[in-house]
Design a protein around this ligand. Sequence first.
Ligand SMILES: [Zn+2]
Length: 183
Amino acid sequence: MSSNIRIEKRCLQCGKIFTAKTTVTKYCGADCSKRGYKARKRAEKIKLTEVEAKQTIQQPITELQAKEFLSIEEVCKLLGVSRTTIWRMTKSGQIQTANFGRRKLISKKSISELFVFPLEEEQSNEVDITFDIDECYYINEILSLYQISEKALYDLIKRFKIPKIKVGKFVYVPKEKIDSLLK
Ligand SMILES: [Zn+2]
């Protein structure tokens, strides 16, 4: 229904005074209307993240330990590390995430795998070689470089008795051995 109403209004987005044709018009035109919509959506998203973070803070740690899949906030709380650290680790592929709608989830298993590497059984390889870390790949580096699965890689390491060393959370293997097998 078109009306003859003419109201002076201030655009909620750009602040310009414009003549509105209805009492509910908030924006001076389509552009501001679009920008306003986006800003509202952004605010909603931020609010959602804040709510999730708040819920996580109040959540008892035992509840987190029992969960199979965790949000980034929950992983931060569980491990006591910052959000930035977790983001960096998901970006570098050290931690795998899956997107469920607008939520990113991390499987507990992928976290545990950071701590448990199948090292013990192979320590009998008795490697005496000295490791020069600069001449080594770490596991995830090989996975992305040669596009093979973690399982396939560990099978290779085992089969060809490739020496490896664990430094912190990372397992390193000599570049030379890997390159000669996979190149
Ligand atoms: Zn405007």
